[in-house]
Design a binder for this molecule. Structure first.
Ligand SMILES: NC(=O)C1=CN([C@@H]2O[C@H](COP(=O)(O)OP(=O)(O)OC[C@H]3O[C@@H](n4cnc5c(N)ncnc54)[C@H](OP(=O)(O)O)[C@@H]3O)[C@@H](O)[C@H]2O)C=CC1
Ligand SMILES: CCCCCCCCCCCCCCCC(=O)[C@@H](N)CO
Length: 338
């Protein structure tokens, strides 16, 4: 009897894995697509631009400093795969004035066509103990990291909805998944992106637009070098547990996840675990992802249960089973509707 039940469970899980591709979005074709990258003149943003360009995309780089923009344009252009491809540069502060952001995005769309993918990567960080960070820096970080992602997104969303296609990417951080010593100003600005992304995804899923939030670890960029000049030792030591990545490696993963329409994008084993542990109610874009999260959370929860010396199955298990049941019903409904 037990064997039959076990066989049923295994068969059910296998079935879920097999039909998983059916509920996942159709991948975006980067060849010929128009990709706008804010913060595209340096670090992770520049590498994202390169990664898209080498897959045939047309690129608009957005940042403030024109010299850095032109330099980046030259670097990106080296990776052309055909002679039609174009790299456009736009100098604007994404955080200061919405109407300005709206008008430059309009210009870019007139030149290179409607935006297929927007990558919100412009951002900056400040670390330090809460009482040591100048008070106006809290506002500054919310303006650049949060509003600087709201404005470009707002400027592209109407056209994307009309065309019923598109991708929107927010570059958060592992410090946008957990709060860390020294990041009282930075972490909240990165947490905010997730709230925005989750809400927005609910609104635009019916329009075939997919949102991705990326949570990179420390990455070797000019931005990190600048941050390290004044970073508290505690912050450095905590961040080091997750290692330092190369920006091209991070960009590859981010672009792959955006193309696939994955809501969540993380780097490395630590990133993967952090994402599973902090998944909350974030949308899952594949059944596989949902099952893995469930398994992970369950595993860690068990450990917590043992700490609190509680030996019966946690309430989470019951909810987990209910969720699986609900998921299979939804899939059933979806398939019969097709
Ligand atoms: N490096 C890391 O360790 C990690 C970084 N991140 C995030 O990734 C993103 C990129 O980081 P990284 O590559 O290190 O950063 P860099 O400092 O190397 O590059 C930042 C880019 O954003 C642009 N930018 C900054 N402020 C504005 C603004 N107000 N308006 C328009 N453009 C702006 C910069 O150009 P300009 O100054 O000319 O405007 C530059 O192109 C950031 O959001 C960061 O928080 C997340 C996790 C880890
Ligand atoms: C069981 C799970 C184990 C996971 C270990 C968790 C370790 C947390 C490390 C957090 C690193 C935060 C990096 C922030 C990078 C950043 O955004 C700035 N550098 C930007 O400039």
């Amino acid at each position: 009897m037990l064997l039959v039940v076990a066989a049923f469970i295994v068969a059910f899980v296998l079935l879920l894995y097999m039909i998983s591709p059916l509920i996942s979005p159709k991948p975006l074709k980067l060849n010929g697509a128009h990709v706008v990258v804010t913060g595209g003149s340096s670090g992770i943003g520049k590498c994202i631009a390169v990664e898209c360009y080498r897959q045939g995309a047309f690129i608009t780089l957005v940042a403030r400093d024109e010299v850095k923009l032109l330099q980046a344009k030259k670097e990106v252009e080296k990776f052309a795969i055909n002679d039609k491809q174009v790299v456009l540069c736009i100098s604007v502060d994404v955080s200061s004035d919405y109407s300005q952001v709206e008008s430059v995005i309009k210009q870019a769309q007139e030149k290179l066509g409607p935006v297929d993918m927007l990558v919100n990567c412009a951002g900056t960080s400040i670390s330090g103990k809460f009482e040591d960070v100048e008070v106006d820096r809290f506002k500054k970080l919310m303006e650049v990291n949060y509003l600087g992602s709201v404005y470009p997104t707002r400027a592209v969303i109407t056209t994307m909805k009309e065309r019923r296609m598109g991708r929107i990417m927010f570059v958060s951080s592992q410090a946008g998944q957990i709060g860390l010593f020294g990041y009282t100003a930075y972490s909240p600005s990165k947490f905010a992106l997730r709230g925005l992304a989750e809400s927005l995804q609910m609104e635009i899923k019916p329009y075939n637009i997919y949102v991705t939030v990326a949570y990179p670890p420390d990455t070797d960029t000019p931005g990190l070098a600048e941050e390290n000049k004044t970073k508290p030792l505690e912050t450095k030591l905590i961040a080091e547990t997750s290692g330092v990545c190369q920006p091209d490696q991070v960009a590859k993963i981010i672009v792959r996840d955006a193309v696939q329409g994955n809501f969540n994008s993380s780097v490395g084993p630590d990133g993967y675990m952090l994402s599973a542990l902090t998944c909350g109610m974030s949308p899952v874009t594949s059944i596989t992802e949902g099952l893995q999260q469930e398994a992970f959370v369950e595993m860690y929860d068990r450990q917590r249960d043992s700490v609190f010396s509680c030996s019966w199955p946690s309430i989470k298990t019951v909810f987990g089973m209910a969720a699986l049941g609900a998921a299979s019903l939804t899939i059933g409904a979806y398939l019969t509707q097709k």
